[in-house]
Design a protein around this ligand. Structure first.
Ligand SMILES: Cc1ncc(COP(=O)(O)O)c(C=O)c1O
Length: 395
């Protein structure tokens, strides 16, 4: 309850329980109020003219969004955080903040699909050129940097095939060439990887996933270091894309239990991934914490945990059978739901669409199925997957 309980020397669950927590500011109530606000009143004409008070209008922040941003700032080690109405907005707002006509951006080829769509449509229309790069490029990114490259966007691991990236090596090159580095860190959360400690300037989070945690909220956060913060705040203020009060409150509430939920997601996903490595019908399991995974060394060096999604590559030699085999797998599942997103309490499965890749090609052994491992019991989930594998083998 004191400042000491928020200190970086305390354990992560102690910090999650107390960050963004100021009961004395709210008459002792444990949680901050959910402030629904557009108008904020000023006491007199002079203050109205100077705007010299903490809150001025709903789009610029409220005690509810401040509590959430303060908690995220503490987790990220950032100078400032904005919260926006979706994870996708958390990607697009910084792209608009740091780029202008005539600029060039480097984007990892394993990037979240809608990020690619935004670059190929909106950014192109605004005169920004995009080049996609191999996730394993590391310091080799130097060869792709141009005098007008302003931003290098990273995402590790990729959210379908889980390619890792050497973030410190990329950041070193980008900074030497005068570019900023952004990272979509949704998979790891700041609990398992802290981007700003590894040279990233802007840390992006689809807080829809693990922070909110219950498949009922869309929200995103962007946290920046001192250098990147002014431009981010400026664009956020200009666009007016502020997260709503109820969603912000519920995300702060979700953060309180994120540590224990993530621990469970981690253990269950890893147990299932390990078991599936030797299952008939599976060519490969794509999970950075598995020793067999190509990017495992980077994961082990830089990350301190793994979360709850990974993919399996079905072993289907005949490409004409990919659709039938993967559909048979999905249709036999009884506990896993078929649907997008992840980070919630329930397990989900989807077929990964990798048709947009230009550099990091899709696995060739068979269709890729992404599994989001929820909080259910591992034995029940394994039974479900084994039923699906049997159906796929029989199809
Ligand atoms: C890696 C990644 N980033 C961003 C997003 C976007 O989040 P949202 O669904 O909140 O827009 C997603 C959603 O699936 C994602 O997987």
């Amino acid at each position: 309850m004191t400042e000491k309980s928020k200190s970086t020397t305390k354990g992560i669950n102690t910090r999650l329980a107390h960050l963004g927590y100021e009961p004395r500011s709210f008459h002792g109530f444990v949680n901050p109020p959910v402030v629904h606000a557009s108008t904020v009143l000023f006491p007199d004409a002079a203050t109205l003219a100077s705007r010299d008070q903490k809150y001025t209008y709903g789009t610029h922040g409220t005690p509810t969004t401040d509590a959430l941003c303060e908690a995220i700032n503490a987790l990220e080690g950032s100078a400032g955080t904005i919260v926006v109405p979706s994870g996708l907005a958390a990607v697009t707002v910084p792209l608009l903040a740091y780029l202008q006509a005539g600029d060039h951006i480097l984007i990892v080829d394993s990037v979240y699909g809608p990020t690619r769509r935004f670059c190929n449509t909106t950014l192109r229309r605004f005169g920004v050129e995009t080049t996609y790069y191999d996730p394993m490029i590391g310091a080799g990114i130097d060869a792709l940097m141009r005098p007008n490259t302003r931003l290098v966007h990273t995402e590790a691991p990729g959210s379908n095939t889980f390619e890792m990236q050497d973030i410190p090596a990329i950041a070193e090159v980008a900074h030497a060439r005068g570019a900023l580095v952004s990272m979509d860190n949704t998979w790891a959360t700041p609990l398992f990887f802290k981007p700003l400690d590894h040279g990233v300037d802007i840390s992006i989070h689809a807080a829809t996933k693990y922070p909110a945690g219950h498949s009922d909220i869309l929200i995103g956060s962007v946290s920046a270091n001192e250098k990147a913060w002014p431009a981010l705040l400026d664009t956020f203020t200009n666009l007016g894309v502020c997260a709503g009060p109820d969603d912000s409150y519920m995300t702060l509430r979700g953060l309180r239990t994120m540590g224990v939920r993530l621990e469970r997601h981690q253990q269950s996903a890893l147990a299932i991934a390990r078991e599936l490595e030797s299952s008939a019908g599976i060519a490969r399991v794509l999970h950075p914490a598995l020793e067999s995974f190509p990017g495992h060394g980077i994961w082990k060096r830089d990350f301190c945990g793994s979360s709850g999604i990974f993919s399996i590559v079905l072993d289907v030699a005949d490409q004409d059978r990919w659709k039938a085999k993967s559909h048979a797998f999905l249709d036999a599942l009884e506990i896993f739901g078929l649907g997008y997103s992840w980070g919630g309490y329930e397990s989900l499965a989807v077929i990964a669409n990798l048709s947009d890749r230009t550099v990091a090609k899709a696995p060739s052994e068979g269709p890729v199925i992404r599994l989001q491992i929820g909080l259910e019991d591992v034995s029940d989930l394994m039974e479900d997957i084994n039923r699906a594998l049997a159906a796929s083998l029989a199809a």
